[in-house]
Design a binder for this molecule. Structure first.
Ligand code: NAP
Ligand code: FE
Length: 369
């Protein structure tokens, strides 16, 4: 019998208007909040107002940093951390999609480790303390509200996640209402990110019986509710199913990490501008076909209700993942493959991946340029 453990120290509060009902607990963590968010969406979906209302009620000082862009960079987190330090904040609250949540995590560490550089975050022995983090997700995708990961883009343009137990938010306030404003393309991209977390969690050599249980549920929810949400985007019940799937899938990767699909997808975001979930979705089918040659049972398990790679492909087509044509040259594919092969993700993925295999998966998934 294999031994396993499960660690997920974030208290999750899930439901409509949950900030209003439950966020009093934030006062335990500080008196001066540094709120990290994106440029506009949190002002349109009421998440920021809900948070500011409760912080006012709790009599906390508030400083808002609203400059987070998609795929946060080292420079952005450095600037935000400097501001956080300058205002003397004692709790960091991320509001938004994965980008603001991941920024909040990096800021919480950098703010109290003044000489630490963002690149040094990748070795967690470089630091041992951080400000407490609170997460309010507004997309149903990354699950960052329940993970120890923060994904940043380096000065050289390389995207990569760092892991630290300090990154786990103390509390996550998950209100599916905030996702009602997501347009079609974002709904699809984020849900497919959650789908890839769940499937990769099942594929990963770090999977456990408990992570598999959560992952299988997440796959089922996305299989059933992504198409229904796209047909009826203001249905809160459907949105809440996708939000639940995303949080479950986050709990999964907190145990299992992601696999080669994420490692390969990062290049399509950095160099071709694809949304993170769309990037993963684009290479998912060909990667599963490759893994099947070595481990058919685990592929079947990951596919669950999708039943086959072909049917998964039809689903991804229907929800719009293949909508953008991405062209890449052989030279680009070869240089990306070199980086992918060095990533720890490959070791967690069943099967053997040569440089040529990675190039072939990319080539079959994209257009040749
Ligand atoms: P995101 O990059 O946070 O946001 C993408 C876009 O969606 C932004 O333009 C944002 O607008 C907008 N947006 C956010 N919430 C919205 C809403 N409710 N309605 C309408 N628009 C909304 O998107 P994401 O997919 O959630 O996060 C992706 C990032 O997370 C990537 O960097 C990825 O690598 C990372 N990630 C992290 C983990 C982890 O465990 N930490 C896991 C997977 C992925 P504003 O800029 O105006 O807010
Ligand atoms: Fe992801």
């Amino acid at each position: 019998m294999r031994e396993w453990s499960f660690y997920m120290p974030t208290k999750v509060h899930f439901g409509e208007r949950v900030l209003k009902r439950e966020a009093g607990v934030i006062a335990v963590y500080g008196k001066n909040a540094f709120v990290v968010t994106g440029k506009s969406s949190s002002k349109r979906n009421s998440s920021l107002d809900d948070l500011l209302d409760i912080l006012k009620e709790l009599d906390l000082k508030v400083h808002i940093f609203d400059e987070v862009e998609e795929n946060p960079t080292f420079s952005l987190v450095e600037n935000a951390a400097e501001e956080c330090r300058r205002v003397g904040a004692d709790v960091v609250i991320g509001v938004g999609g994965g980008s603001p949540l991941d920024t909040a995590k990096a800021v919480a560490i950098l703010a109290v480790n003044e000489s630490l550089k963002p690149e040094e975050l990748y070795d967690s022995s470089n630091y041992s303390h951080a400000l407490p983090i609170i997460a309010v997700p507004t997309t149903a995708g990354t699950g960052s509200e329940v993970t120890q990961y923060s994904v940043l883009t380096s000065h050289e343009g390389r995207k990569g996640g760092f892991a630290s137990p300090l990154n786990f938010p103390k509390h996550a306030f998950v209100d599916p209402r905030y996702t009602l404003t997501m347009p079609h393309e974002l709904t699809t991209a984020t849900a497919v990110d959650a789908l890839s977390h769940a499937m990769e969690g099942i594929l990963s050599s770090h999977s456990t019986p408990l992570s598999d249980t959560l992952a299988q549920k997440a796959v089922e929810l996305i299989h059933e509710y992504l198409p229904r949400t796209l047909d009826e985007s203001d249905n809160l019940e459907f949105r809440s199913k996708l939000m639940l799937a995303s949080t479950l899938a986050g709990m999964v990767i907190a145990q299992t990490s992601t696999t080669v699909i994420h490692a390969m997808g990062y290049h399509l975001t950095t160099f071709k501008g694809l949304k993170h979930g769309t990037a993963n979705g684009l290479i998912m089918v060909e990667t599963l076909k490759h893994i099947r040659k070595f481990a058919p049972e685990v592929v079947e398990k990951a596919l669950g209700p999708f039943e086959s790679e072909e049917k998964l492909g039809e689903f991804l087509e229907r929800v719009g993942i293949y909508g953008t044509d991405v062209t890449a040259t052989e030279k680009e594919l070869a240089s990306w493959a070199d980086v992918v092969l060095k990533a720890s993700h490959v070791k967690r993925t069943p099967g053997i991946f040569t440089k040529n295999d990675i190039i072939t998966i990319y080539a079959r998934s994209l257009k040749q340029g």
